[in-house]
Design a protein. Structure first.
Length: 525
């Protein structure tokens, strides 16, 4: 009686069957309300067993079914041409069989435009950055400030600016789909699939964007209205292997896997998707337990987008990307440059300067022969200097942690350098493994050096550092561990430091565990 005196019995029944936590807490304050709540919980289990769906979703469906029935009996449908056209287009774009292939085609078209159309201005910007770097290099005296400007600042900022055309095109396509009303249809199509991991259809778009770059993908989660969905999506986006990791995969696969290279690469991407799904499921059962809400969205009418609105949306997002991420990557690049640059006074095991001078003064050698002999000496000198730099000391410091994975200190340094941006891993390896000061993923000499590299200390002294197994675990580690600093800051901006720190610690710990398990199991065969 105390409950029915305060609320209508039908209202109480519906709110309890919807499992409304706020209402349940309020009911508990009323005397003798406990048995009513317990009875409702039993009925919820019966409903979910019968309908194979969340009880709140069942109640929501029933509400909308009632609304549809009432409208059928009382509302006369407008037979105007625009409404008929909308229904016809929706019948195609949200079709059970055709909707998904059409959606995949639009996604493919968007990413194809992003990378093919964006490659032309990207090349122009790269040429501009290279020209500016060369100009500073040729017109400024050698020294610390010169190296900071050329390698730290210009290299760091240039690494951000070159991706601006891709970002602009990507955001333009997304704005276009949002303004036309198609994005809502895409979310509707993916809802059933995404609901299985505790997310909703709208989360699929940021996850798909994550394969291009995690940073704009994390920023795109702001289109999700539900805070739980935003955080869950942000946390699993770094498991979607971004294009920055691809150079590392290409290098290691080319060097250690002569067969089934496509299958190896596909498996890396597949592991990332699987770990993202498992992470979402775990968080759904723990941190976000009983916070699920039914996904209800209105499909807006189709509209012809105006170039002005689309351009404004695109430009605002692009400027925001530059402001937030350019400074972060610049700062991180300068820090890593400084750790690798200092200290300058290093005691070398060989007198490289004297050896180089002797080659230069040898009149019997041609210029090409001199260059051929001096080049490996310069690389060896730079490698030894890097080992004795602060970042090299950090590599030796963390070696005990990564040694169970089969890694040496040089791999540790490469992983540390990848904290700013994963592409830096390849160039760092080029220096550390004495390949080439301008090494990239296609460098044959770097691949050969990796194959020849041996442990110089410890129990494995004389053994090969890299094997196909170690190469595969290293790819897994780079896939999973610490999102780039720009992605971490993006998570912080879109949520808070708590989830940014969680993403860093969780992903790095998971990377170590996965790499360790795969390495130990693989070592048995």
């Amino acid at each position: 009686p105390a409950v029915s005196d305060k609320y209508h019995s039908h209202y109480v029944a519906i709110k309890l069957l919807e499992n409304d936590s706020e209402f349940i807490n309020e009911i508990y304050n009323i005397p003798n309300a406990g048995p009513i709540v317990d009875c409702a919980q039993k009925q919820i289990k019966e409903i979910e067993r019968e309908y194979k769906e969340n009880s709140s979703a069942v109640i929501t469906d029933a509400k909308y079914a009632f609304i549809r029935g009432a409208l059928k009996e009382t509302y006369k449908i407008d037979t105007g041409k625009d409404r008929v056209k909308n229904h016809r287009v929706d019948a195609l774009l949200t079709n059970k069989w055709l909707g998904f292939p059409i959606f995949l085609f639009f996604m493919f078209l968007m990413f194809q435009l992003t990378f093919t159309l964006g490659s032309y201005p990207q090349e122009w910007i790269e040429m501009g950055v290279e020209w500016f770097g060369s100009f500073i290099n040729n017109n400024m005296a050698e020294g610390t400030l010169h190296d900071l400007l050329v390698d730290g600042i210009i290299g760091g900022v240039g690494g951000v600016i070159v991706f601006l055309p891709n970002i602009i095109i990507l955001f333009f396509c997304i704005s276009l789909m949002e303004d036309t009303g198609y994005m809502a249809r895409a979310a509707f199509l993916m809802d059933k699939l995404m609901h299985g991991i505790g997310l909703h259809g709208k989360s699929f778009i940021p996850l798909l964007m994550g394969f291009g770059c995690n940073v704009p993908a994390i920023m795109a989660t702001r289109t999700l209205e539900n805070k739980k969905d935003r955080i869950l999506t942000m946390v699993i986006i770094p498991f979607m292997s971004c294009s920055a990791r691809l150079p590392v995969y290409i290098l290691l696969i080319s060097a250690f896997f002569t067969h089934n290279q496509g299958l190896i690469l596909t498996s890396i991407y597949g592991v990332g998707i699987l770990l993202g799904v498992l992470t979402a499921l775990v968080l759904k059962k723990t941190s976000f337990k009983q916070k699920d809400v039914p996904f209800v969205m209105e499909l807006p009418p189709y509209r012809i987008p105006t170039m002005r609105n689309t351009t404004i949306h695109m430009w605002n997002k692009s400027v925001q990307y530059l402001k937030k991420m350019g400074t972060v990557i610049l700062f991180a690049s300068i820090i890593i440059w400084a750790l690798g640059y200092f200290p300058r006074q290093v005691e070398y095991s060989t007198d490289y300067d004297t050896a180089i001078s002797q080659i230069e003064n040898n009149a019997q050698l041609s210029e090409d022969e001199k260059s051929e002999q001096i080049s490996p000496l310069l690389v060896s000198q730079e490698s030894e200097r890097m080992e004795k730099s602060y970042i090299g000391r950090l590599g030796h410091f963390i070696e005990p942690v990564i040694r169970p994975l089969g890694y040496d200190w040089k791999i540790g340094v490469s992983l540390l350098s990848g904290l700013a941006a994963k592409e830096i891993v390849v160039s760092t390896m080029g220096v550390l493994y004495q390949s080439d000061l301008e090494a990239d993923e296609t460098s044959v000499s770097l691949q050969t050096k990796l194959q020849q590299q041996e442990f110089t200390s410890g129990l494995k002294i004389g053994q090969k550092v890299f094997t196909p197994l170690v190469a595969y675990t290293l790819m897994l580690f780079i896939l999973i561990y610490f999102p780039c600093i720009a992605a971490v800051v993006a998570i912080k901006k879109e949520s808070n430091w708590k989830w940014a720190m969680f993403s860093m610690l969780y992903s790095t710990t998971l990377a170590w565990i996965v790499a360790f398990i795969v390495y130990r199991i693989g070592s048995l065969f």
